[in-house]
Design a protein around this ligand. Structure first.
Ligand code: SAM
Length: 337
């Protein structure tokens, strides 16, 4: 019997959950919250919560932002909480149990937000939050394979049933394809050399093995604080989870669901994501998209968004000091016209 078809993910059977928690290196009974929500006040304040409103937390994780929205005054009616990772969702559900049916869980891809919402009777919402990337729960769990600091299988999927693992990429892609992935998604200038070294060492099956191959290619300058494998791990994670494509689709889905006046708040953690969000907001806020030089506008563009902050909102020095993982966060906010 395939465990994957036992139940809808938000109604995970205990058996399936135990199997997933074991695989990810967590004690199945331990739903302790380990992720500290980033830019919490800034993002929730910017959603301009409405009494009786409905909100989507597209990346619920362990539920930190969802909880803040549900606790806020004025009191919102519903938070639809989406996450691809059923382990995180289970943790969020335990945390948010006190809110009863005001928290509506949906395990799935935020890019499919419209379908996930419609399946739960929600067709229009007052705000959407996306807090991209991964959580502390995921980076600290060896079985996710997201970290070079803990040795584990080269998995990297947020969705444990997703079609592609990092192990498959490093062991089956051609040298050219692998080099392109590392260069493009990791912005790693030595991507081709790293790909060549990986291919020589195949099969590569653990995060530790991959980190030492990358370390041997790049070396470590005296005093260098960032692990040399950081960019390669970022690249593989983005490729495995098709992250950039999902961001673009997720923004579209969010704009499609938002009521006029509703807010979209997006927190990103690296420049590839931030560039997509910035150019998406600019495009959807533009009043004219005619090629430059045309004497008269003939594009009949209707802007969908109004940009709320042209300059990104960043964590305060106090937040960075108390939660160093927040240091690269950038918040952009737009309003549906
Ligand atoms: C930074 S964490 C969110 C943390 C959360 N805001 C909190 O306070 O606990 C990002 C979450 O997004 C999820 N995620 C990443 N890509 C996703 C996607 N395409 N669809 C749904 N969830 C996704 C990850 O599984 C992870 O739990």
């Amino acid at each position: 019997m395939t465990l994957a078809i036992l139940a809808k993910p938000e109604e995970l059977s205990d058996l399936r959950l135990t199997e997933l928690m074991n695989r990810s290196g967590h004690n199945p009974d331990d739903f302790a919250v380990s992720h500290r929500p980033v830019l919490l006040k800034e993002s929730v304040d910017n959603l301009l919560l409405q009494e009786g409103g409905t909100y989507v937390d597209g990346t619920t994780g362990q539920g930190g932002h969802s909880e803040a929205i549900l606790r806020a005054e004025p009191q919102v009616k519903t938070v639809l909480g989406i996450d691809w990772d059923p382990r995180s969702m289970k943790s969020a559900q335990a945390r948010l149990a006190e809110f009863g049916s005001r928290f509506v869980p949906a395990t799935g891809n935020y890019a499919d937000m419209a379908v996930l919402a419609a399946g739960r009777g929600i067709t229009i919402v007052d705000g959407v939050l996306l807090d991209l990337g991964f959580s502390s729960l995921q980076i600290e769990g060896a079985g996710y394979g997201l970290s070079f600091q803990v040795d584990g299988p080269l998995d990297m999927r947020y969705d444990p049933d997703g079609p592609l693992t990092a192990e498959e990429i490093v062991n089956t892609y051609s040298e050219h394809e692998l080099g392109q992935v590392i260069r493009r998604f990791g912005e790693e200038p030595r991507g081709m050399s790293i790909a060549r070294a990986i291919i020589k060492e195949r099969p590569v099956t653990t995060t530790g093995q991959l980190a030492s191959i990358v370390g041997a290619v790049l070396g470590r300058r005296p005093g260098q604080r960032v692990n040399p494998a950081t960019r390669t791990f970022q690249a593989l994670r983005i490729a495995v989870n098709d992250e950039l494509f999902n961001v673009e689709r997720g923004l579209d889905a969010a704009v499609g669901l938002l009521a006029p006046g509703g807010r979209l708040a997006v927190i990103s953690y690296h420049s590839l994501e931030d560039r997509i969000i910035k150019s998406y907001f600019n495009r959807e806020a533009a009043t004219c998209v005619c090629p430059p030089g045309l004497p008269v506008c003939n594009c009949s563009q209707t802007p969908q968004l109004r940009i709320i902050n042209r300059r990104v909102i960043k964590p305060s020095s106090e937040e960075i000091e108390s939660n160093p993982r927040s240091r690269s966060a950038k918040l952009r906010v737009a309003q549906r016209i």
